[in-house]
Design a protein around this ligand. Structure first.
Ligand code: ZN
Length: 65
């Protein structure tokens, strides 16, 4: 399974993680209803699961580091 991170603030690409054999349950996503899940997490065949995060420069700017 592929997980692609994009910056929530500037939408720049951050990182792609490739996890083998990781289930949605292990990601803690199974507790969400499918509808809720789709509201939070995007999925495309190309990028796999798309998660929002913060890139280094935005994290620095926003003072979250
Ligand atoms: Zn950013």
């Amino acid at each position: 399974m592929k997980i692609t991170y994009y910056c929530d603030n500037c939408s720049s690409y951050i990182n792609t993680a490739r996890v083998e054999g990781l289930s949605l349950a292990e990601l803690g996503l199974d507790a969400l209803t499918e509808k809720k899940w789709l509201d939070i997490i995007k999925y495309t065949d190309e990028d796999g699961i798309i998660l929002s995060s913060l890139c280094d420069s935005c994290a620095e700017k926003l003072g979250t580091l």
